[in-house]
Design a protein around this ligand. Sequence first.
Ligand code: HEC
Length: 152
Amino acid sequence: MRKNLVATGVALALGVGAVTTAFAQAKPDVLVAQRQAAMKLQSKYLGPIGGMLKGNIPYDADIVARNATFLENLARMPWDGFEPSTSALKSAAKPEIYKDVAKFKAAAETLEAETSKLGAAARAKDQAGVKATFGGVAKACGSCHDSFRVKQ
Ligand code: HEC
């Protein structure tokens, strides 16, 4: 049993290594699909928190804590998908992303900081804190989209 666990652990570790290597050579179209998927999942987990704060859905502190924690992690995922190698592909990413790299990075970091505040409040089951920090997250999404995403 113990032996099997060790073997599984080694296999998992190797698997992770393989993914990392593959990622370094990821094709541009794969990077676009992955970053768009991360963006979609952010909406998936942010939306219900907004609905609960508005009173459209009954407030559930456990779901808020889970969603906010997912969001905190997801908010760190899309950025390495915005590689210059993807700039020629069709997507809603504006070319400014690759021209004003510092501004795009700052917008990403703002989201990371705001989702950390929301995550901390949500895990503390602090509903007032969730309410106070939610707007900063939504604003971080919106202001980056205003500058760097083609209007839908
Ligand atoms: C730093 C900039 C930035 C931030 C912050 C940001 N986005 Fe995005 N988002 C983009 C860009 C650029 C695209 C277009 C990506 C593409 O088409 O490849 C996008 C696309 C999307 C899409 C469409 C994905 C698809 O193709 O189906 C959704 C949904 C989305 N974002 C949700 C969010 C949410 C929710 C947040 C906040 C929690 C957020 N985004 C924060 C830049 C950002």
